[in-house]
Design a binder for this molecule. Structure first.
Ligand SMILES: [Zn+2]
Length: 221
């Protein structure tokens, strides 16, 4: 049984007193328009990431899993600062006998527009750095647990070309950190149906629970 330390990342900034702390030029929000062109609702990726990551952190605490948030409650902490923080924690925690891992919560987007009737692509995906690493094991468990939890209620996007479910890309959070790191794109916030799911308490709770199940299974295997 591994003694896991989880570093939790929720990409981008959040909302505080009505202001969205992800800079406008970065976007990470989408306003859905109805057929008449009237504003229907807006989704903020950084806020949804925080909801799910926050619920996951609460579950870890309940279950006695050591977890550290590497993001601010609402500020958009620079990516390299978050990596640096995780690497500093790694050194401390490794010496205490922990096996540190990093889970990064995001939601996907299609296109560059931040307003419209919504884009077609939807679905959940999991990402690791290129090549076979320890992170692939965690990603595979995460994909399996997601399928178990949601079944056909969501689309699971997979890259099976290398024999497992994860997509591989050298995202900074995955390659500038020294512990196994996995990034999840929770659905597409630019898709109307996915956005509605993301904003629902039910999806957020289940998604957080899947992350917990993933960590617990990885600790055992
Ligand atoms: Zn993101």
């Amino acid at each position: 049984m591994k003694k896991i330390a989880v570093y939790i990342d929720a990409g981008h900034g959040g909302i505080f007193q009505g202001r969205y702390y992800t800079p406008p030029h970065i976007g990470k929000l989408y306003t859905f328009l109805d057929k008449k062109g009237k504003e229907d609702f807006t989704i903020y990726e950084g806020e949804v990431n925080r909801k799910i990551a926050g619920k996951f952190a609460e579950l870890c605490e309940k279950e006695g899993i050591f977890a550290r948030k590497i993001y601010h409650d609402y500020l958009d902490t620079p990516l390299l600062t978050r990596c640096h923080l995780a690497n500093t924690f790694f050194l401390q925690d490794k010496l205490q006998g922990y096996t540190p891992i990093l889970l990064s919560f995001h939601s996907n987007a299609f296109g560059n527009s931040s307003k419209g009737e919504g884009e077609a692509p939807r679905g959940w995906s999991v990402w690791t750095s290129k090549g076979q690493t320890e992170a692939d094991k965690i990603a595979q468990i995460w994909a399996e647990e997601t399928k178990k939890m949601f079944g056909k209620k969501i689309t699971i996007r997979e890259d099976l070309s290398d024999g497992d479910s994860d997509f591989e890309e050298n995202f900074t959070i995955l390659v500038a950190t020294v512990m196994p790191a996995v990034l999840v794109e929770n659905l597409f916030f630019t898709n109307r149906e996915d956005a509605k799911l993301l904003l629902s308490e039910d999806y957020q709770n289940k998604s957080a629970l899947v992350a917990l199940n993933t960590v617990q299974r990885y600790a055992r295997e």
